[in-house]
Structure formats: structure tokens, C-alpha cells
Design a protein around this ligand. Structure first.
Ligand code: SAM
Ligand code: SF4
Length: 372
């Protein structure tokens, strides 16, 4: 089944009968268990700046949106969040922001270096399309992973929703290859249900995850933001209504399941956007159809409403401690366990936090990373 053809993937994306879909989800869950185990890795998310120089047609942080108050965290605030991540037992922090020119190469490198020197955390960066020099400097400073969703593999749609900063449209697939070459674990991904996005292009997205051999794959529903050209309906990429893929919960589950089946060892989060469209069950269901990562929010609560990429985002009022407790409870409720290692790709945790074989290289690696 790992060799699904494009037409088979397309058939699954158009499938909406409960019986066959249950089979798809069960298959993906079995692949997840066999390939990455029952651990759910917790990546503490720090949204360090809401300033952005880009005009992505779907995102509330786009530069042209003058209706929001912008913020940028201080170095001390970011390092404090990293200490909280350690105290809460997370293995990774994800440092995310708009494409903010004030986040200079040196400043980010200093922060990454400080976190790597003083904590056992893996550091993931998600700072948009940055130059090769910047990516190289941050890798040298110790950053382990870089996330840059390619959003859609449909080149025309990509161009329509990402006005370039130069004459050439950005090529995120090329940047992802560069990220891998620099020695990062590379994370890509897509939104599901973008106006103008066809079922066929979603099938191509799944094949692209595999072709790029991504280490992390982020898949979430597109959520309309009324202060954006796409969300307000001012921009309508052309598409036959029968071809338009819905941004439904079910379509996101299908994409997660197919990504897991085609990319068995990738880290796949059950996203906050999924929790936003189904607050009670979304995150857990994502974990039950192939996902193995969640991203509790560490951003200071006063900044959270300002990082409004889409409206009514889940988990913006809970403190870091509450987020941690809530997510751990959700993980236990589906008979999984919170990961204790940094959770890099290929790093498999074997059972519920009590490691089976104390002599295994995995245990040594974990003990090393936690100073044991
Ligand atoms: N600026 C960086 C970038 O673009 O990669 C990182 C921050 S950006 C807010 C992170 C992700 O948010 C994007 O890759 C996109 O998939 C997602 N996003 C933005 N607007 C969204 C929307 N309206 N609905 C769902 N996801 C959205
Ligand atoms: Fe900026 Fe990222 Fe939003 Fe695009 S998706 S406007 S780059 S924050």
C-alpha cells in the first residue's frame, strides 16, 4: 500500500463512505504504530514575532493587514519560554514568526546558540523564506530542524496566493532541498481546502511529501481570514466547483492518513488548525489517523491573540502549564504516551515512558540529551 499511485490517492481523496475510510485510517494508524511507535512528541511553539514583509493572500499576518497590533518578543522572553519547555518535559522548541526583517541572522543565531548551550532541547526554526547564508548561519549555531510548508504543489495556485518579493516567484521546494543539504531535518506541508485547490493537486501534494523525503509534514485545514484577499472572497482562483477540494475535517484526516502511509517514518503533527475546526475531538482524531506530534503553545498569553493567522484560533487563552496538562490528558485518553526524547525522525520510543532495554542506543541517546 506504501506504493499508492496518484489515481489511487485521488480515489481515497474522493472517498466519503464511512466503511472504506475506517479501513484507511486503521491502516495509517497501524503504519504509525509500527514505524514511529506510540509516543506523541510535544514541540513547544514560541511565536516570536507577528511582523511580516510578505503578502500571502490567506494569512492574517500579511503586511498589508493594518488592523492588527504587531509584536516582537525579546531575547529574554524567548529564552524564558525555552526554560519553560524544559520544565514541562518537552524535547523541542519551535521558534516561529512572520518573515520579519528585524530578526537578523546574528540575533537568531545568538538565541539558538544560547538555547543549545543551556538546555537539552532540539531547536526547530520556522521563519519563512530566508537566504542560504541565514539558513547556514542558524544551522551552524545549532538549529536542528527547519519548517517551511510549500502550501500547495500546484505552481499556478502557489503563484496566485504568494506574490513574490522579486520578479521571480519563490520556489519553496528548492528551498526545502537546500534546507536538507544544509543538514537540517526538513519540514514541509500544505493547507487543505485553499480556494482554487483541486483534489488532483492534493494527490500531487502527497506524492511531493514522499519525493522530497520530508522529515516533518504539517497538514492543516485552510481557514478563511476575512481581512485577507482570499478569505474575503476578493481573490477567486479559477476552478471548476466539482474539482474544488473542501477544507473539511475529513479531508484533513484523509491527507494525514495518506501522508503516513506513503511516508511511514516522518513526524506528522496533529495541528492547532485542526483543533480549531473541531475543538473537542480534532487533535485526538488527527493522532488516531497517523499523526504523532502535538505543538503546545509556549507563547506568552498576552501575545497570543496578536498572532492571528486565522480567526478563532484554538488554545489562545490557556497558560503554558494548562496547555501542557490538557494535551498530556488527551494523549493518555487515547492510550498513547508523551514522548520524552527530542523526537527526531527515526528516533523511536518503544513503550510508555519506561524504556524496555536500558542498554539500547536510544536510551543512551535520551540519557545523553537529558544530561543523565
Ligand atoms: N512565516 C512563516 C511561513 O510562512 O512559513 C511561518 C509562520 S506562518 C503563519 C505558518 C503557517 O501558517 C503557514 O505555513 C500556513 O500554512 C499557515 N497559515 C497561514 N494562514 C493560514 C490560514 N488562513 N489558514 C490555515 N493556515 C494558515
Ligand atoms: Fe507572513 Fe508566513 Fe503569514 Fe505568509 S504565511 S504572511 S510569510 S506569516
Amino acid at each position: 500500500m506504501a506504493q499508492l499511485s496518484k489515481s489511487e490517492i485521488l480515489d481515497w481523496l474522493r472517498e466519503d463512505r464511512t466503511g472504506p475510510l475506517r479501513e484507511l485510517y486503521a491502516r495509517a494508524d497501524a503504519v504509525r504504530k509500527e514505524s514511529v511507535g506510540d509516543a506523541v512528541h510535544l514541540r513547544g511553539l514560541i511565536e516570536i514575532s507577528s511582523h511580516c514583509r510578505r503578502q500571502c493572500m490567506y494569512c492574517g499576518l500579511r503586511e498589508a493587514n493594518r488592523d492588527i497590533e504587531r509584536y516582537r518578543m525579546t531575547r529574554e522572553e524567548i529564552e524564558e519560554c525555552a526554560r519553560t519547555a524544559v520544565a514541562l518535559g518537552y524535547g523541542t522548541v519551535v521558534i516561529q514568526a512572520g518573515e520579519d526583517d528585524a530578526l537578523t541572522s546574528e540575533w537568531i543565531a545568538e538565541i539558538v546558540g544560547a538555547i543549545k548551550r543551556t538546555t537539552p532541547l532540539a531547536v526547530t526554526l520556522s521563519l519563512g523564506e530566508r537566504s542560504e547564508e541565514e539558513l547556514r548561519a542558524w544551522r551552524k549555531a545549532g538549529a536542528d530542524r527547519y519548517l517551511l510548508r510549500f502550501e500547495t504543489s500546484d505552481a499556478d495556485l502557489f503563484r496566485a496566493i504568494h506574490p513574490g518579493r522579486s520578479r521571480n516567484a519563490p520556489d519553496r521546494l528548492a528551498i526545502l532541498r537546500q534546507i536538507k543539504q544544509l543538514g537540517y531535518e526538513a519540514g514541509g506541508g500544505v493547507m487543505v481546502g485553499i480556494p482554487g485547490q483541486s483534489y488532483e493537486s492534493l494527490a500531487q501534494d502527497v506524492l511531493t511529501f514522499r519525493a522530497l523525503d520530508l522529515d516533518m509534514i504539517g497538514i492543516g485545514p485552510y481557514i478563511a481570514h476575512p481581512a485577507t484577499p482570499l478569505g474575503s472572497g476578493r481573490l477567486r482562483p479559477p476552478i471548476d466547483p466539482g474539482d474544488q477540494a473542501p477544507g473539511s475535517e475529513q479531508m484533513v484526516y484523509k491527507m494525514i492518513a495518506l501522508a503516513r502511509i506513503l511516508c511511514p517514518t516522518a513526524n506528522i503533527p496533529s495541528t492547532t488548525a485542526l483543533a480549531t475546526i473541531n475543538r473537542t475531538r480534532g487533535r485526538r482524531q488527527g493522532l488516531q489517523v497517523g499523526a504523532n506530534v502535538v505543538m503546545p503553545n509556549l507563547t506568552p498569553v498576552r501575545y497570543r491573540p496578536l498572532y492571528q493567522i486565522y480567526p478563532a484560533k484554538a488554545c489562545i487563552e490557556e497558560s503554558a502549564t494548562d496547555c501542557n496538562q490538557c494535551l498530556r490528558g488527551q494523549i493518555r485518553s487515547i492510550n498513547r504516551f508523551p514522548g520524552r526524547s527530542t523526537g527526531g525522525r527515526g528516533e523511536l520510543e518503544v513503550n510508555a515512558g519506561v524504556l524496555a532495554n536500558a542498554a539500547s542506543p536510544l536510551v543512551q541517546l535520551q540519557e545523553k540529551s537529558y544530561g543523565g
